[in-house]
Design a protein around this ligand. Structure first.
Ligand SMILES: Nc1ncnc2c1ncn2[C@@H]1O[C@H](COP(=O)(O)OS(=O)(=O)O)[C@@H](OP(=O)(O)O)[C@H]1O
Length: 290
């Protein structure tokens, strides 16, 4: 009963989201000119991208912090490889903020000047998989997930947009010295949003007043983002990305440990074995539950 069409576009050994890619642009990504003050948020899908976009947007734009400028986060921080809004990257004022799901070996080589900054956000892969499972059933352009068993197989084999989670995280971690990069963990952000905002702003060398920090934290909680149409992508999802039904949101649950409600004991054990095999020598820490 599972239809085995892959709704992703494999190019450069990486699975891109099919309707959103511009093959010519991707072929020339290597040479995409990087400015010293560019900032990139890089993630594997479903790991906290939109959340970090909101935080960065609030850090950089006073008009966002004090709600005087009404602009969608995606316009302030577009995806590099999925230019949904056809932003003119070359004529954007500096500092340019981008986000991306690219693996380390596909990002523009100018990022290796170590002046432009990268914030890499990672999340425990059981929650990533759970979030991705729901997202796949909601978004028209993605292959529907059927049940978790099917999806888990595809996820672990890397037959999803973003390819293998293990390769993405490992690749970025092992090549961290080639870049100016800060690793942020979704679960730590969840545990202590304020400290996370401070850590990010220090890394970006952005001075913030106590009031600024307060405003940023307040406007980047799950609850606040969920009810803020500029922050939650609901309209972009509906009109530009496309949903299968009216149900569902980009901001679905925003919790740590939701995988417990979706994996059987046996699936969890199988997952753990594969996780161990792929990640045991990596010093990155993970939090599976809060
Ligand atoms: N503020 C805040 N706090 C906590 N969690 C948040 C927040 N904003 C987004 N999210 C959760 O992040 C998940 C979506 O991940 P991404 O934004 O990386 O998705 S995407 O790759 O850009 O499609 C998705 O996770 P799930 O709820 O588990 O599905 C979102 O709910």
């Amino acid at each position: 009963h599972s239809v085995s069409v892959s709704n992703y576009y494999k190019i450069l050994n990486y699975n891109f989201e099919f309707p959103l890619v511009d093959a010519d642009f991707l072929e020339n990504l290597d040479d995409f000119e990087i400015r010293d003050d560019d900032v990139f948020i890089i993630t594997y899908p479903k790991s906290g991208t939109i959340w970090t976009q909101q935080i960065l947007s609030l850090i950089y734009f006073e008009g966002h912090r004090n709600r005087t400028e009404d602009m969608a986060t995606l316009d302030r921080i577009p995806f590099l490889e999925y230019n949904i809004r056809k932003t003119d990257f070359l004529n954007r004022p500096s500092p340019r903020l981008f986000c991306s799901h690219l693996p380390y070996y596909l990002v523009p080589k100018g990022l290796k000047n170590k002046k432009a900054k990268i914030i890499y956000v990672y999340r425990n892969p059981k929650d990533v998989m759970t979030s991705f499972f729901h997202f796949s059933n909601m978004v028209v352009a993605l292959e529907a997930a059927n049940d978790m068993e099917h999806f888990m197989k595809r996820f672990l084999d890397g037959n999803v947009v973003g390819s293998r989670w293990f390769d993405h995280v490992r690749g970025w971690y092992e090549h961290r010295h080639d870049f100016s990069i800060l690793f942020m963990m979704y679960e730590e952000m969840k545990k202590d949003l304020r400290s996370s905002v401070l850590k990010i702003s220090r890394f970006l060398e952005k001075e913030l007043s106590e009031e600024d920090v307060e405003a940023i934290v307040k406007q980047s909680t799950f609850q606040n983002m969920k009810s803020d149409p500029k922050a939650n992508y609901d309209e972009i999802l509906k009109y530009e990305i496309g949903k299968r039904t009216d149900e569902g949101h980009f901001l679905r649950k925003g919790t740590v440990g939701d995988w417990k409600h979706h994996l059987t004991v046996e699936q969890n054990e199988r997952f753990d074995k594969i996780f161990q095999r792929n990640m045991k020598d990596l010093p990155l820490k993970f939090i599976w539950d809060l």
